[in-house]
Design a binder for this molecule. Structure first.
Ligand code: G
Ligand code: G
Ligand code: MN
Ligand code: NA
Length: 253
């Protein structure tokens, strides 16, 4: 288990790194973005995944400092990619605690200003849970940041406990179909029906739809058939350090 004191020390000595997973536009075949995913370079235990520290980070409130760092780091990277001729949007995950904070809009505005990233180069990923826990203020915050040009995705879509009616109130740009619906796509007609329903719903609401967790050629074929706009998954690439991402994008057909 990870200790809070370890995590606190990690925040102070900046032991976190971001890995990036490519996002591919199925209409053009181009890599259009990358999701930033946090890893903890632990001094003795090696590279830890969010599953090993995110809950503690949230409970201890350290997630705020961690995500403030991650947001800035991701924006800095996206600017660097742009300067190298790689035009990629960067996706950043936000947790409830942080999105609830009063000054989240100011933080994002400031981070964009400081790093010089155009707002349209940033896509914030929020889960249904984050939206519902902040229902009244979430829509206002999204509208304000949207006004700047920041994009929003609902992450892990379909796994939340919320009703669909909330979709009308949250002006997001994208639904990311949770990978649990992709996993058994080949054998489960039910999952295929859900993927189709989410994709149609998203499109009817004017949203882009991403399929997450695509691992096989058959899954890719199906999500293409269902009309998903973008794809992310191990079939194409795992999350990787930024230098590897650059290389990956350069070698992409
Ligand atoms: O990489 P994977 O194991 O990489 O990520 C697992 C989970 O951790 C995902 O649900 C993702 O949303 C979350 N996560 C990854 N990076 C971050 C981050 O920088 N901030 C927040 N809040 N969550 C993250
Ligand atoms: O919950 P969120 O979507 O933010 O986090 C993405 C998580 O999904 C990361 O942990 C990432 O490593 C993982 N992931 C991305 N692609 C795949 C995939 O094809 N298969 C599996 N099993 N996990 C994936
Ligand atoms: Mn995500
Ligand atoms: Na997800």
């Amino acid at each position: 288990v990870v200790l809070e004191s370890d995590l606190r020390a990690a925040v102070e000595s900046e032991q976190f790194v971001l890995h990036y997973q490519p996002q591919i536009d199925l209409h053009t075949g181009k890599i259009v973005g990358a999701e930033a995913l946090m890893r903890w370079q632990h001094p003795t235990r090696g590279l830890l995944l969010p599953g090993q520290f995110l809950q503690l980070a949230e409970e201890s409130g350290l997630i705020i400092a961690m995500n403030t760092w991650a947001l800035r780091e991701a924006c800095v990277q996206a600017v660097a990619w742009g300067q190298e001729g790689l035009s990629l949007r960067v996706g950043v995950n936000l947790t409830s605690l942080q999105f609830r904070k009063q000054d989240i809009c100011q933080l994002i505005r400031q981070t964009l200003d400081d790093t010089g990233l155009p707002a349209s180069g940033l896509e914030l990923e929020l889960t249904e849970g984050v939206l519902m826990q902040n229902a009244e203020s979430a829509a206002t915050k999204i509208l304000e940041l949207r006004g700047l040009g920041v994009r929003f995705a609902i992450d892990d879509f379909g796994t939340g406990y919320s009703s669909l009616s909330y979709l009308k109130s949250f002006p997001v740009h994208r639904l990311k179909i949770d990978r649990s619906f992709i996993r058994n796509l080949e054998t489960s007609p039910g999952d295929a029906a859900i993927v189709r329903a989410i994709t149609n719903l998203g499109h009817d609401l004017g949203l882009d739809v991403t399929a997450e967790g695509v691992e096989t050629k058959e899954q890719l074929k199906t999500i293409r058939l269902e009309g998903c706009d973008e794809v992310q998954g191990f079939y194409f690439a795992r999350p990787m350090p930024d230098d590897q991402l650059r290389e990956f994008v350069r070698c992409w057909p």
